[in-house]
Design a protein around this ligand. Structure first.
Ligand code: NAP
Length: 333
């Protein structure tokens, strides 16, 4: 049977989604974005990837976050997204906000990672082909490169915008000092940094303690949190063991050694707090990030539609009492 052509639901912008402005810019992005780091590679069932992308767009989740090496194999998440673009999303290109990145290992040899102009520009050219796109909405330097002059990396971002290959640029995983340099360099060339993307969740407070949240706000830059569910730890997934189909069972990016008895005990207690709030642990974990107006958005990952459905419900209650916050802090900080 030929699959019917995808037709998005008409109430996709009014069924609960909200948008926040990225710093001092004209761009608003949904409070929840969908990331394609896991579960969209060529090892994953394509129909499931299509279903998750459709579900997201049908709920106003118009921001899809990728990187050159998401898969596995490297590049294959972008290829999957390219197929979704071609078969489903092409008529809606202008409703979408698509980001990609370069910085980590992508191809062998001296030009396949880090922050040179050579790597960033050739990587983006490859990404555009894989994704069937003429431009990305946002292109990130995926990590700070201590061995390349930051001027070179930032000038490559400026030129990428001037060439029309990206509408906006951002940085990811930059320490505060390098971020300060980047913000100024880009602002001085009228290509202001749109977003800083970092890991931030109940268990990982570095953007707070390192001052990255305040710094982004002071510079008119948005902040977007990745792994807001700590790769699944902050969900119901690991409360009763390690499911065979979970990320932890793969022992790649999330190791079973992370689930110490102490953390497991904290997760059970966090789950109780969530239940009192009438939320799942995943919903509460996302709400916890979004309670702070300095956080523009959270990028979730998912392996099935039902997870996105659950995560989306987080938006129904993102406020916390001081007592709840103190209780959460006491469990994890
Ligand atoms: N800039 C960077 O360096 C960087 C680094 C990492 C990630 N990112 C971006 O951030 C995105 C998200 O990262 P992440 O995948 O680590 O995010 P995450 O949202 O913390 O974790 C996603 C995982 O949590 C589980 N999950 C999600 N919702 C659930 C629910 N309602 N109930 C139960 N389990 C649930 C799923 O695990 P299972 O797969 O086990 O079902 C899912 O794959 C990436 O796709 C990428 O775009 C960027």
């Amino acid at each position: 049977m030929i699959n019917p052509v995808y037709s998005p639901v008409s109430d996709r912008y009014t069924n609960g989604i909200r948008y926040r402005r990225c710093g001092r810019s004209g761009i608003q992005i949904p409070e929840i974005a969908l990331g394609l780091w896991h579960n969209f590679g060529d090892v994953n069932p394509l129909t499931n990837s299509f279903e998750m992308a459709h579900y997201a767009f049908d709920h106003g989740i118009v921001h899809f976050d990728l990187a050159n090496n998401y898969g596995p194999s490297y590049g294959s998440a972008e290829e999957t997204f390219g197929q979704i673009m071609k078969k489903s999303f092409a008529p809606y290109r202008d409703e979408l906000f698509i980001s990609s990145k370069a910085g980590y290992d992508m191809w062998p040899g001296p030009y396949g990672e880090w922050g040179s102009r050579k790597y960033l520009i050739s990587s983006l050219n490859q990404s555009l082909k894989r994704m069937n796109l003429e431009y990305v909405d946002l292109f990130y330097s995926h990590r700070f490169d201590p061995n390349t002059p930051l001027e070179e990396t930032m000038q490559a971002l400026v030129d990428i915008v001037r060439m029309g290959k990206a509408l906006y640029v951002g940085i990811s995983n930059y320490p505060a000092k390098a971020a300060a340099f980047a913000y100024k360099y880009l602002r001085d060339r009228d290509v202001p940094c749109l977003l800083h993307q970092c890991r931030y969740n109940i268990l990982n407070r570095e953007p707070e303690t390192e001052g990255l949240l305040d710094q982004a706000q002071e510079n008119g830059v948005g902040f977007i949190a990745f792994s807001p569910l700590a790769q699944g730890l902050l969900t119901g997934r690991y409360l009763d063991g390690i499911p065979a189909d979970s990320r932890m069972a793969q022992e790649r990016f999330l190791k079973s050694s992370a689930l110490t008895p102490q953390l497991h005990a904290s997760l059970l207690k966090l789950n109780e707090i969530a239940a009192r709030r009438g939320q799942t642990l995943a919903e509460m974990a996302l709400a916890w990030c979004l309670k702070d107006s300095k956080v523009t958005s959270v990028i979730i990952g998912a392996s099935k539609v039902s997870q996105i459905e659950d995560d989306f419900k987080a938006l129904e209650n993102i406020s916390f009492s001081p007592e709840e916050l103190a209780e959460i802090d006491a469990l994890v900080v």
